[in-house]
Design a protein around this ligand. Structure first.
Ligand code: CA
Ligand code: CA
Ligand code: CA
Ligand code: CA
Length: 473
């Protein structure tokens, strides 16, 4: 009995020390400045898109409520997903609301979700893009509906001016890509985020749609995954696409396959490109690919500079730490690594979970977040860049070597109401926080927007560069 009491006391004592240490650690981290909090009422979305919809020089907010890739019936056979959808009675979630930066509604299409439990979503980040499709100089809004259409919307009032019918409901990635200077010189690249219909491998096929909204190509690509790049990678004045491990022209033809995967069989589920990022360093493109079981760094000709086996690299981004290029890799199930351009590991660690207002009760899994973009890039001055980290709860800013450099003050509205039905990934039911890096007030400096489905907070982060200046003096 006494032993039990002593052990209980010791456990409480250790927890107390850990809590005090954590409190002390965060108290030393500089704070961003909260400039605005906005109640999102019933229109708050799982994803925010920021764009100047009426071309008056002031950015507006587009709030999307959608099931993301789970809009496809292909997931109806997945027990965990089906179970949640059936329990809460979710179907056909689709609502897009345009607001000003104070949350005043400008227009809305669809009906706001009114269910008692949060709707389920996954990877809604590529569901909406903007681009001029009719040559009038104004960018239309292109967005997937809850079925198998892309809607083209008048950005001034949300009116549907075109409906592009897709072959099925598995498509949930969209890019608008300019291919030349004329109004008709653009393509829409449309892809599958995850599960595909037979006979296509995982995250395939990819469609190229021309300016007449005709599908001019449909093709499977090796290792296709959750995002693509479009840049002039070979300096010939034309845009190329990186889809999976292949460089592709804007007609869909393959220019190269990276040497590692040339003439080899790939397991498209276990080895696809989870995330692709590229950067020009000394006038040469380098392409970082997080490939599910390996991390790759490629040159612009598709040659592997280095590759490493890691515990499920999910996301990688190229940035700068004190003037040195760094490739930061976030692994899905374990650690984060930072590599030099040559492939030397310069840091390895785990960023902490951070729930200053308490962790939602149904968070029954350790680090239960698995998003396609766990970190947002914040370009810095003086050759140091930063990242907004969103996978550990309430976001914070880190540098490219895992140092925590800024925290965000929060209001009581940041505390989550516990849902009555749990889902294993907190962010899929809106129990985590999203972020966007945007110059909201056009002062030439970036702000951080943190949001959930109920509230938005805008922060000034100017102290980052100030602190950085001091460090370099
Ligand atoms: Ca505007
Ligand atoms: Ca237009
Ligand atoms: Ca090119
Ligand atoms: Ca600004």
């Amino acid at each position: 009995m006494i032993e039990r009491i002593v052990s209980k006391f010791a456990s409480k004592f250790h927890k107390g020390i850990a809590h005090t240490k954590e409190y002390y650690f965060w108290s030393k981290i500089p704070s961003a400045t909260l400039v605005k909090e906005v109640n999102l009422k019933n229109f708050g979305g799982c994803r925010l898109f920021v764009t100047d919809i009426n071309q008056d020089g002031i950015k507006e907010f587009l709030w999307l409520q959608s099931a993301g890739m789970f809009k496809s019936k292909i997931y109806d056979d997945f027990p965990g997903i089906k179970n949640y959808l059936d329990k809460i009675g979710q179907e056909n979630v689709f609502c897009l609301t345009a607001t000003d930066q104070d949350g005043n509604v400008l227009w809305q299409i669809g009906e706001p979700y009114e269910g008692e439990n949060p709707y389920l979503t996954h990877s809604p980040e590529h569901l909406l893009k903007t681009g001029d499709v009719n040559g009038d100089g104004i960018d239309e809004i292109l967005v997937f509906d809850a079925a198998d259409n892309i809607l083209v919307l008048n950005p001034l009032n949300g009116e549907v001016i075109q409906k592009i019918k897709l072959p099925n409901d598995s498509f949930s990635i969209l890019y608008y890509i300019k291919t030349g200077k004329q109004p008709k010189d653009f393509i829409l690249l449309v892809g599958v985020m995850d599960r595909s219909y037979a006979p296509h491998p995982y995250a395939n096929p990819w469609l190229i749609i021309d300016s007449n909204f005709d599908i001019i190509n449909s093709q499977d690509y090796i290792g296709a995954g959750h995002n693509v790049l479009h840049e002039d990678f070979n300096n010939d004045g034309k845009v190329e696409l990186v889809i999976g491990y292949q460089l592709v022209d804007t007609k869909g033809d393959v220019i190269w396959t990276t040497d590692y995967w040339k003439d080899k069989e790939i397991d498209s589920l276990e080895q696809h490109a989870d995330y692709i990022h590229a950067k020009k360093i000394n006038e040469q493109w380098v392409i970082a690919i997080s490939g599910s079981d390996k991390q790759y760094l490629l040159d612009t000709n598709g040659k592997t500079i280095w590759e490493k086996s890691l515990p499920h690299p999910q996301f990688s981004i190229i940035g700068c730490f004190k003037g040195e290029p760094r490739i930061l890799v976030a692994n899905q199930r374990e650690i984060i690594n930072s590599f030099s351009l040559a492939g030397d590991e310069v840091w390895k660690g785990m960023l902490p979970e951070h729930w200053p207002m308490g962790k939602p009760k149904l968070a029954n899994q350790k680090r239960p977040i698995h998003s396609s973009d766990p970190l947002d890039f914040i370009p810095g001055k003086n050759n140091t860049d930063w990242l907004l980290y969103k996978e550990g709860g309430w976001p914070f800013i880190v540098d490219f070597q895992g140092n925590i450099v800024m925290k965000f003050p929060f209001t009581p509205h940041a505390k989550k109401k516990d849902p009555t039905v749990g889902f294993h990934r907190l962010n899929d039911i809106g129990m985590a926080y999203e972020g966007e890096i945007v110059d909201t007030d056009n002062d030439g400096k970036l702000e951080v927007i943190i949001y959930d489905r109920s509230y938005l907070w805008i922060y000034k982060i100017d102290k980052l560069n100030e602190n950085n200046n001091e460090e370099n003096v």
